[in-house]
Design a binder for this molecule. Structure first.
Ligand code: ZN
Length: 76
């Protein structure tokens, strides 16, 4: 038995399985964690200076200084 294949035959598309949606109960803890990390980072960029500083010195302030100006927080 011989099989003949046409020269211009395109491969047939294979349907991909549709992924199921992620349940909210699985996303919620990660969303809370991401929000907590974002708030902590926002604190260091926006408020870590002067009387509100958690760490002595200007190391954190200088490290996030460009981000502070980029986001429009008052600085100097
Ligand atoms: Zn500045």
């Amino acid at each position: 038995m011989t099989v003949t294949i046409a020269a211009n035959a395109a491969p047939r598309p294979v349907p991909l399985p549709i992924p199921r949606p992620i349940p909210l109960a699985e996303i919620a803890p990660w969303a809370v964690f991401a929000a907590l990390v974002a708030v902590i980072l926002l604190y260091f960029v926006s408020t870590e200076q002067g009387a509100f500083a958690l760490f002595k010195g200007m190391l954190v302030h200088e490290y996030v200084h460009d981000g502070r100006h980029l986001l429009g927080f008052p600085c100097h």
